[in-house]
Write a protein that binds this ligand. Structure first.
Ligand SMILES: *Cc1c(COP(=O)(O)O)cnc(C)c1O
Length: 380
């Protein structure tokens, strides 16, 4: 089955008991056992729930993995994956990863002595130099949030394999429609399904997919032990969102290309970060490992532009956290998504105060550029 069909018929296709074309919402905490030790395959919904399982099977197929897991948020998924490691281990992490990923390692796991080091994962030599005895994983995002830095997933996973360490890829920005980290050698994929997979800014969810039975057993043990599972209703809602992923993404991509080209020509814009531009660092690598540039664009405003006035001037595009929904959203990384990163580190990694991040929705593309243009000109 081709990917577009798998989105709709993958996982568990409908309900075999009734013929319903959609998976039912099994809103239950527990399951009747016919006699001692005999059950229907389900015992308690933290451990397993049929609606969640349908979603978990679906994401596993979409990512070409061994097994999928659904969590209450992207951060719950990442946290569960990080719990595969122990005190004394060290994780190498792309600099300018999602702010929350940095925070959970820096402020929570640090207390349990799980160490981390920020590396420029676009520089394979730098990553290799930082591999020491206790490094157990490389955690990457590509393109990164918000500077769209590209990392070669194949090269990182080859390097990781040579050193017997795991490659973990946050695939939120691309989704499996555009990029499949496991095919490229990755071991674990994590998603904030809150974003493109859900696609409608109406739920918080996380997914993780592993490539082996051994990792699946370990992660299921962690999921069941720590309990950050996705509830049945949101599992159903996420399956619903995933069905339209390919049509939404196609429009997102078209709109983003149009908007990025508009921004690049605008005299009040200093620099545009968009992986679809040939002069974007890592353009060739991105083209090789992903089917399209995606729909995230970051740019810096020239000094003449008052950033507050610019945000206020936007009428169609909302100022807000998050991304990947049908509606366009704009954000200010320095004070919003990346505020938890200390100022000095932000400057060092390029998250300056005039940097703006745009998540392009599926509205009319002319309306989008008109809105940006009006806000830049300071018109009403
Ligand atoms: C939003 C996001 C997360 C965190 O996901 P939540 O669902 O908000 O917990 C992780 N990684 C990336 C790239 C994100 O954009």
């Amino acid at each position: 089955m081709e990917f577009q069909s798998l989105l709709i018929h993958g996982g568990i296709d409908g309900d075999e008991h009734t013929g319903a074309v959609n998976v039912p919402i099994y809103q239950t905490s527990t399951y009747r056992q016919s006699s001692l030790g005999v059950n229907s395959g389900y015992e308690y919904s933290r451990t397993g729930n049929p609606t969640r399982e349908a979603l978990e099977k679906l994401i596993s197929q979409l990512e070409d993995g061994y097994k999928g897991f659904a969590f209450a948020s992207g951060m719950a998924a990442t946290t569960a994956v990080l719990m595969l490691f122990k005190g004394g281990d060290k994780i190498l992490m792309s600099s300018n990863v999602y702010g929350g990923t940095f925070r959970v390692l820096d402020k929570v796991f640090e207390r349990f002595n799980l160490q981390y080091e920020l590396v420029d994962t676009s520089d394979i030599k730098d990553v290799e130099n930082k591999i020491t005895e206790n490094v157990k994983a490389i955690f990457i995002e590509t393109p990164t949030n918000p500077l769209m830095t590209i990392t070669d997933i194949r090269k990182i996973s080859d390097l990781a394999k040579r050193h017997n360490i795991l490659t973990i890829v946050d695939n939120t920005f691309m989704t499996p429609y555009l990029q499949k980290p496991i095919e490229l050698g990755g071991d674990i994929v994590v998603h904030s399904a809150t974003k493109y997979l859900g696609g409608h800014s109406d739920l918080i969810a996380g997914l993780a997919v592993v490539n082996s039975e051994e990792l699946a057993e370990k992660l299921h043990f962690i999921q069941n032990s720590t309990g950050g599972v996705l509830n049945p209703f949101d599992s159903w809602l996420l399956i619903r969102g995933i069905k339209t992923l390919s049509v939404r993404m196609d429009r997102h991509i078209e709109n983003a290309k149009y908007t990025a080209e508009f921004l690049a020509k605008h005299p009040l814009i200093e620099k545009v970060y968009y992986p679809g531009f040939e002069n974007h660092n890592g353009y060739e690598i991105h083209k090789k490992q992903a089917k399209a540039a995606g729909a995230m664009i970051s740019f810096t405003l020239r000094k003449e532009v008052n950033i507050n006035k610019f945000f206020k001037g936007l009428k169609l595009i909302s100022l807000g956290e998050s991304l990947g929904g049908v509606e366009s959203l704009i954000s200010h990384p320095a004070t919003m998504t990346h505020a938890s990163i200390p100022y000095e580190i932000r400057q060092k990694i390029g998250i300056t105060d005039n940097l703006v991040r745009l998540s392009i929705g599926i509205e009319n593309k002319e309306d989008l550029v008109k809105d940006i243009n009006n806000a830049l000109q300071g018109e009403k």
